[in-house]
Ligand binder design. Sequence first.
Ligand code: SF4
Ligand code: SF4
Ligand code: SF4
Length: 334
Amino acid sequence: MSEPKPKLAMYWAASCGGCEIALANIHEALLEVDRHFDFMFCPCLLDTKRADIEALADKAIFLTLFNGALRTTENREMAELLRQKSQVFVAFGACAATGGIPALANHHGIGAVLDASFLSAPSVDNPERIVPGHRTVVPEGELELPRFLARVLAVSEAVAVDYSIPGCPPEPEQIVAVVRHVASGKALPPAGSQLGCTERAVCDGCSREKKGLLTGRLVRPFETLPEAGWCLVEQGFACVGSSTRGGCGALCPAANMPCTGCYGPLDRTADPGAAALAAVVAAVDPGGGNGREEAALHAHVREALAGVADPVGTFYRYALAASVVADRESEGRS
Ligand code: SF4
Ligand code: SF4
Ligand code: SF4
């Protein structure tokens, strides 16, 4: 009888499902995953229940790919459970690694999040103004929903993470490379490593040329089409490629879109948003004021930044949970 295959789990917490799509996008390499692993837990694809995981011995799962940030008590409980049951626990994708898009909610209170989601967003149709609570009594009995955590967490804020695979979502070829390495039985990298990415900035893999200074205000992608071959920052787009870890092949600038930073900050970056803002401002004013008097320089920088409609969403888009300056505790929810 053949040896049992090592168990593989994939879980989504506060997640959009795109990380599961990214796994599906490895196409025929999924057969390699199946050859090497017993893919036994993935709520998006398989009907394994939480109780089945609870019944496993500790460390019975070889590899867990955990995607999504931690928004609710259930998210955190599942992170703790899967950490306990896994030999190798990986924060998979930007939401798990640095909080991602869900962590932008940390800039607002929980009340504001619930208000926007259930009451005030233009697409909401809720004439009875019902907002979900922790406990609700219905004729059939009492329903209980998980509670919101006070703030959205990156998964490493709740449990020990062995590795992170950045990206929103990670690129399929990077996923394949990681899976092949793990399946090969070769030594794993030191704990804490970032996998499926490079140590160089996105700019390093970008074919757009830096050749001069930004002259006017920053613009949003829908406002104008960029010129081919020329760095997007210099054309007024808030491209944060110079402060973002590479590995995606500079996909977005190649498609006329600025890099929004989904592969996360370079390791030498203490605060991702501050680094992204500094990178863009450096293009606006690379030092020396370019011959401008101080007042004219301030006006130039102010004019340029006036085009950034949402500074937190632009510069901290995937990493607000990992930020040291732009986070705000939210009020509790009963
Ligand atoms: S990292 Fe991106 S693709 Fe993955 S769950 Fe978060 S938002 Fe979705
Ligand atoms: S800032 Fe953006 S467009 Fe410019 S070189 Fe870097 S990745 Fe390319
Ligand atoms: S260019 Fe930037 S935003 Fe686009 S995939 Fe690469 S790291 Fe992510």
